[in-house]
Design a protein around this ligand. Structure first.
Ligand SMILES: [Zn+2]
Length: 368
């Protein structure tokens, strides 16, 4: 290799050749499948040639003037030899197209990354802690699957099973004291009643969880026992499952807050109000101010807080929930526009503005 450009081009072709995917081929590039045409296989010839090139490749240590071989080059030779052997095997088995990208191990690397990132970065887990980390990841799903700046691409992986199932009693949705959908009612009764009931169960639990967080923040700001009584309950029901499960880990059992039914209903009402308001007015100024006006038109808040703090508490409640929910709402729209939310949503459950975001994604996305 005479110059940098040549070296870069060579490695570009090597990378392409082991990253061939369906629909990925481009003229002059080796991004298509490994295949044989008239007894000739472009990939096979290229790989054999590349191995020769790599075997001749070495680095020069400018300090000493020594020739050095590095592990990555040696490993690339192994990789290409393995690809050749694999292709020969596959061809014998009657496979005529082989997409090399299907061997991509980045999802595995991402998964290991998540295991290692758990528990204050346990970088060298033994089998026991590996199993524990795996279980804990399944339940909490707290870590981002992909570290920024890593050399792995995002794998779009999703949890293999629905975590909500773990909180259900014998597969049947538990009866809940709280009613009222978190989103607007759906236009079509899909997918099934049971599925809807399950989703609703989860929605209520997640509301109880967030309402618990909100109540904790409010109590921190206004440490008044009378106010506290209006928001919390000592009666723990299955609605509080998430609070118990998740908070216990975070707070180690201390300072758990179980919001009462009234508070959860009020919280959900405000969330619905915020969602509905943003649906039509998200582009306007002073949204929080108008959300509060809308909210107070229909909600009964007379019971919230003691007589001394009720105004202050209500203001804090509205602004805190607004801060959390507006952020969520924007996040959700952004994710739809990025296309990373698709698996989790069906078009029947989208609100009009989410549909607009989805259309934007489908028309503007870079076609692969
Ligand atoms: Zn008070």
């Amino acid at each position: 290799m005479k110059n940098t450009a040549e070296a870069v081009l060579f490695f570009d072709r090597v990378f392409d050749s082991v990253n061939g995917s369906r629909g990925g081929s481009a003229p002059g590039k080796m991004r298509g499948p490994v295949k044989e045409i008239n007894g000739e296989c472009k990939h096979l010839d290229f790989w054999k040639e590349s191995i020769r090139v790599l075997q001749d490749l070495y680095y020069v240590d400018t300090n000493v003037g020594d020739r050095k071989r590095v592990p990555s080059v040696k490993n690339w030779i192994t990789t290409l030899e393995s690809f050749i052997n694999l292709w020969v095997e596959l061809k014998d088995m009657g496979v005529s197209f082989f997409y090399t990208r299907n061997l991509n191990q980045d999802p595995l690397e991402n998964f290991f990354g998540r295991i290692r990132a758990l528990n204050y970065r346990n970088v060298n887990p033994d089998p026991y802690s590996f199993i524990c980390s795996f279980k804990s990841l399944l339940v909490t799903d707290v870590l981002g699957p992909h570290s920024p700046n890593s050399n792995c691409e995002e794998d779009m992986g999703e949890a293999i099973f629905n975590k909500g199932l773990m909180f259900e009693v014998h597969g049947a949705p538990a009866s809940l004291p709280v009613a009222g959908p978190s989103r607007e009612p759906r236009a079509s009764p899909s997918p099934s009643l049971l599925q809807q009931a399950r989703e609703e169960t989860q929605n209520v639990r997640s509301s109880a969880f967030t309402a618990g967080f909100v109540s904790r923040q409010l109590i921190k700001k206004i440490p008044c026992t009378d106010c506290r009584k209006t928001m919390l309950t000592t009666e723990i029901t299955d609605v509080h499952d998430w609070v118990t499960q998740r908070e216990r880990r975070l707070l180690k059992g201390r300072n758990l807050k179980y919001p009462n039914t009234k508070f959860i209903i009020l919280f959900r009402k405000l969330v619905t109000c915020i969602n509905q308001y943003l649906e039509y007015h998200s582009h306007q100024k002073s949204v929080v101010k108008y959300i509060k006006v809308e909210f107070l038109k229909s909600a009964d808040v007379s019971w919230l807080g003691c007589s001394q703090h009720c105004r202050e508490l209500l203001d804090m409640f509205v602004s805190l929930v607004c801060r959390v929910q507006i952020h969520n709402w924007c996040n959700c729209i952004n994710k739809i526009m990025k296309g990373s939310f698709l698996g989790k949503m069906s078009s029947s459950s989208m609100t009009p503005i989410q549909e607009i975001a989805f259309k934007k994604y489908t028309t503007l996305r870079v076609k692969k």
